[in-house]
Ligand binder design. Structure first.
Ligand SMILES: [Cu+2]
Length: 162
């Protein structure tokens, strides 16, 4: 039995595993557009509801096809609970929690965030197709957790302009 040969094989296998994981990382970032969030800032949860931009949650147009959704989460609701944007919009969400840790999950998209009191969560998604998405809290936050939800309505571009 040639020991060196097996050792070489294991080294190559290990290198292949590392290389395939690295390629999976590159693929998820550039092809699937999945990224870690940046530090989007801090806000005191006790005064966040009176602090811009969280004193006026809502949908704001920032440019052609670009929207910013300012949202606050509290037990057990999202405000605004319904977001309407036209199809093809690039939407940046800016969200914080006013009380405990909540989640922000929109199935069939890459949106899956924690909302931590004191932290601002910022993430974006491009809603290409018209349709309706549910948004729900996926971090257990108390007895009303299962009722904590919202909706994102992606309107056909012609009717959705505001
Ligand atoms: Cu919850």
């Amino acid at each position: 039995m040639d020991i060196d040969r097996y050792e070489r094989l294991w080294i190559m296998l290990s290198a292949a595993v590392l290389l395939s994981l690295f390629l999976a990382l590159v693929y998820s970032v550039y092809a699937l557009d999945i990224r870690l969030v940046d530090d989007a800032g801090q806000v005191d949860p006790a005064t966040a509801a009176q602090t811009p931009p969280f004193d006026e949650p809502g949908v704001y147009q920032e440019g052609p096809g670009r929207y910013r959704v300012v949202m606050v989460a509290r037990a057990w609701s999202f405000q605004p609970a319904e977001v309407r944007v036209p199809a093809g919009s690039d939407v940046t969400f800016q969200v914080t929690s006013l009380d405990v840790i909540h989640g922000f999950r929109v199935p069939y998209t890459t949106i899956n965030q924690m909302l931590i009191p004191g932290q601002v969560s910022e993430f974006r998604f491009r809603f290409a197709e018209p349709g309706e998405h549910y948004l729900f809290c996926h971090e257990y936050c108390g007895v009303g957790h299962h009722t904590m939800q919202g909706r994102i309505v992606v309107e056909t571009a012609a009717t959705g302009a505001r």
